[in-house]
Design a protein around this ligand. Structure first.
Ligand code: GLU
Ligand code: MG
Length: 444
C-alpha cells in the first residue's frame, strides 16, 4: 500500500486515532498516538519522539528519534470503539541522522533478511504461539488460576474457553492474520492458535500483533492472557515453535529435495547444522527470560537436547511430515523459542545461525528417532548430543562467546540486550524463593 492509498483508507474507514507502534529490545510494544488528521504529515516526514526513555534506544544526549510508519501494516484495531476508531501502523525507528536506527529490532531483522537476500534467499517463518488464559488479573501475579479445565484438543461446544478462542480468531483475522488452526493445548487454560507463515519481517510483525490482540480480547472477557513460558509448575509451558524455510531466487522452496532424507535438500541440512552449532547462544535470544529455562526441562514436550528428528517432539528441531505434492510445505521446526522473546531479534538470530551452516557447508549429526528424554547421560554422550542451557545465565555466557549470533543482533542491540538480561539474571540469582523456605527452613 502506498501513502496515498493509506490516507484514503484511513478516511474511508472513519479512523479517528492512529497508533504508531514499534518494539523495544525486549519486544514490548510501544506506541505514539496521533489524530488521523496528522497522518499525512507523519507519513511524509515521520514522527519525532523521545527515544531516551525507551530501553535500548537513544542515549540522553541524542534523545530525538523518529518513527517512519510502514503503510503495509495498516490495520483498524477490531476492539476499538466505533466513535473513536483506532488504527495501528508498525514503524521503523530512525535516528536523528535520518538513518534506520541499528538498535531497532525491526531493523535488525531487516538487515538479516537483506544478508539472506544477498545469498539469494527469502526466510519464511510460521510461529506457533501458545498461551494461557487465567481468571482476571487479580492475584494472577502470584497464583494464576487457569480459566478452564480442558485438555489437549478438547472440544466442548458450550465451553466458555471455546467462545473466547473464537473471538480471538475473529480479531486476529481482522488484524490481517490468516488463521489456520486453533486448539486447546495440553494444560488447563492453555491454547494455541496458528496463522499462516510469511517472510520473517511480516511474521514477526504478526507475532507481536498476535500477543496484544489475544490480550485485548481476553481482557474484554474479564480474563488475563499470558505468554509467560512456564506460568504453572508441573504442567506444560508455552512455546513459540517456529516453522522455517528458505525460498530460492526462483521462488521455490530451497529446503525441498525429492531424493533427500525426509525430503530435505542439502541446503536444509546445512541450515539445521547451523542452528545446532549455535543452539546454546541462540537460546539466549529465542528463550530470553529466567522463566524460559523452567520450560526447557524434560517431560513437557519442550526441548532440552540439541538434536533433530522427524516427528519426535523431544528434539530441538523437528521435521514435520511431508505432505505429498506439497513441496512448499517442507520445513524445519525449531522448538526452543518461547513467546517471551522479541520475535524480530529471535528470527534474525535463527536466520544467521542457519545461514552460517550454509556458508560453511556444515553437516548435521544423524537425526534421532528415540524419545531423547529417556536417554541416560551415557547414551547422550555416545550420540554426541549436547544440552540446551539450563539457565538464562548459562545461555548468556554462550551468547557472549558466539560471534555469529552476536553479529546477527549487531553491536548496539547486542550490548543493550546483554546488559538488560545480565541484570535480570543477577536479580533473580539472589532471590530467596518459597521453594527454598519450604525445603530448608525446618530441615536445617
Ligand atoms: N507446550 C509445548 C512446549 O512448551 C509444546 C506442545 C506441542 O508440541 O504443541 O513447547
Ligand atoms: Mg502446541
Amino acid at each position: 500500500m502506498d501513502a496515498k492509498t493509506l490516507l484514503e483508507r484511513v478516511e474511508a474507514d472513519g479512523v479517528y486515532l492512529v497508533s504508531l507502534q514499534f518494539t523495544d529490545i525486549m519486544g514490548t510494544i510501544k506506541s505514539v498516538t496521533i489524530p488521523a488528521g496528522r497522518l499525512e504529515e507523519a507519513v511524509e516526514r515521520g514522527v519525532w519522539f523521545d527515544g531516551s526513555s525507551i530501553q535500548g534506544f537513544a542515549r540522553i544526549c541524542e534523545a530525538d528519534m523518529f518513527l517512519v510508519p510502514d503503510p503495509s501494516t495498516y490495520r483498524v484495531l477490531p476492539w476499538s470503539v466505533p466513535d473513536r476508531l483506532r488504527a495501528r501502523l508498525l514503524c521503523d525507528v530512525h535516528g536523528p541522522d535520518g538513518e534506520p536506527f541499528e538498535g531497532d529490532p525491526r531493523s535488525v531483522l531487516k538487515r538479516a533478511a537483506q544478508r539472506a537476500a544477498q545469498m539469494g534467499y527469502i526466510f519464511n517463518c510460521g510461529p506457533e504461539l501458545e498461551f494461557f488464559l487465567f481468571n482476571s488479573d487479580q492475584g494472577a501475579g502470584t497464583r494464576p488460576v487457569p480459566h478452564d479445565v480442558g485438555g489437549y484438543f478438547d472440544f466442548s461446544p458450550r465451553d466458555e474457553a471455546q467462545i473466547v478462542r473464537s473471538d480471538i480468531v475473529k480479531a486476529l483475522t481482522a488484524m490481517g492474520m490468516d488463521v489456520e488452526t486453533s486448539h486447546h493445548e495440553v494444560a488447563a487454560g492453555q491454547h494455541e492458535i496458528d496463522f499462516q507463515y510469511a517472510d520473517a519481517v511480516t511474521a514477526a510483525d504478526n507475532a507481536v500483533s498476535f500477543k496484544y490482540t489475544v490480550k485485548a480480547v481476553a481482557a474484554a472477557h474479564g480474563l488475563y492472557a499470558s505468554f509467560m513460558p512456564k506460568p504453572v509448575f508441573g504442567v506444560n509451558g508455552s512455546g513459540m515453535h517456529v516453522h522455517q524455510s528458505l525460498l530460492d531466487p526462483g521462488g521455490e522452496n530451497a529446503f525441498y529435495d525429492t531424493h533427500g532424507q525426509f525430503k530435505l535438500s542439502d541446503i536444509a541440512l546445512q541450515f539445521i547444522a547451523g542452528q545446532i552449532e549455535h543452539a546454546r547462544a541462540l537460546a539466549a535470544v529465542v528463550a530470553p527470560t529466567v522463566n524460559s529455562y523452567k520450560r526447557l526441562v524434560p517431560g513437557y514436550e519442550a526441548p532440552v537436547y540439541i538434536c533433530w528428528a522427524q516427528i519426535n517432539r523431544s528434539a530441538m528441531i523437528r521435521i514435520p511430515r511431508y505432505s505429498p505434492g506439497r513441496e512448499d510445505s517442507t520445513r524445519v521446526e525449531l522448538r526452543c523459542p518461547d513467546p517471551s522473546c522479541n520475535p524480530y531479534l529471535a528470527f534474525a538470530a535463527m536466520l544467521e545461525a542457519g545461514l552460517d551452516g550454509i556458508r560453511n557447508q556444515l553437516a548435521p549429526p544423524s537425526p534421532v528417532s528415540d524419545d531423547v528424554y529417556e536417554y541416560s547421560a551415557e547414551e547422550l554422550e555416545s550420540h554426541g548430543i549436547d544440552t540446551l542451557p539450563g539457565t538464562l545465565g548459562d545461555a548468556l555466557e554462550a551468547l557472549e562467546q558466539d560471534d555469529t549470533i552476536r553479529n546477527a543482533l549487531g553491536d548496539r542491540a547486542y550490548q543493550v540486550f546483554c546488559r538488560a538480561k545480565l541484570a535480570e539474571w543477577d536479580e533473580y540469582r539472589i532471590q530467596v524463593t518459597d521453594w527454598e523456605r519450604e525445603r530448608y527452613l525446618h530441615m536445617l
